[in-house]
Design a protein around this ligand. Structure first.
Ligand code: PEP
Length: 255
């Protein structure tokens, strides 16, 4: 956890929970996190429940995000949701480039810049996800893959707006597999990402302020060790974010 960067714990619910359980979980979270001064907490429910969850989260510091968006504002894009539509129901952030979107739904790396642009243009805070597969890591391509994903995602980002972006490093081999990158393995890649940012935005301010979350089988028993790493500023949590018993101890990793 580095310097002045506020810890950020994000819950990616994927295609899980139902309406009642989603609302109950946010109620519990809201009651527990207080004023949210010392950490940022956000949930990313299935799109269908966003409006209901927004009503429950209202007046609390719990952030509310979508799991994806389309870069156009409207049009013939069956099944898609635009940034203005998300803003319309009080959503304030969005995941972009999650590895499940890239791998299962064949979303192209080159789309990510347009999605990040759309989010920034409509005042949504993006979490841009990057990460390598096991084959890519074994082939020695980790750095090239991460750099390629960062280049695409930051294609149309101006230096002054870059701090509104959060990055998530999620090694594909660690997502939903029970296998976690070791804290030092994760820290190493986070450092590599920060070095890339320092080259892309030479002022140094972006590299110092932008938060990089780790995601991949985060659990109550590994959250503290991951967060103790200097380059890990937060956690993107899938499976363990679906129940208060496992998510709250992660949110309270240092208590
Ligand atoms: C994720 O979906 O972003 C994720 C990290 O999932 P899990 O925690 O289940 O590995």
């Amino acid at each position: 956890m580095g310097g002045t960067r506020k810890p950020y714990i994000a819950a990616n619910w994927k295609m899980n929970l139902d309406r009642t359980r989603a609302m109950d979980l946010v109620k519990t979270l809201k009651a527990r996190i207080g004023d949210g001064d010392d950490r940022e907490v956000a949930v990313f429910p299935p799109a269908l429940y966003l409006a209901d969850v927004a009503a429950v989260a209202q007046g609390s510091p719990v952030g509310l995000g979508a799991q994806n968006l389309h870069w156009e504002e409207e049009g013939a894009f069956t099944g898609e949701i635009s940034a203005p539509m998300l803003r319309d129901i009080s959503v304030d952030r969005v995941l972009i480039g999650h590895s499940e979107r890239r791998r299962i739904f064949f979303e192209k790396n080159e789309w990510m810049g347009r999605k990040v642009r759309a989010a920034l243009d409509h005042d949504l805070l993006p979490i841009l996800c990057v990460g390598e597969t096991l084959e890519e890591r074994r082939a020695g391509d980790l750095e090239a893959v991460i750099h390629g994903q960062l280049e695409a995602g930051f294609d149309w980002v101006r230096e002054e707006e870059a701090p509104r972006i959060t990055l998530a490093y999620e090694p594909v081999w660690a997502i939903g597999t029970g296998e976690t990158a070791t804290p030092s393995q994760a820290n190493e890649v986070h450092a590599l990402i920060r070095a890339w940012l320092a080259v892309k935005f030479p002022g140094g301010e972006v590299a110092a302020s932008l938060r990089i979350l780790y995601g991949g089988s985060v659990k109550p028993d590994n959250a503290g060790a991951l967060m103790a790493q200097p380059e890990i500023d937060g956690l993107l949590v899938g499976g363990a974010s679906l129940k208060a018993e496992t998510f709250l101890p992660i949110v309270e990793f240092d208590r």
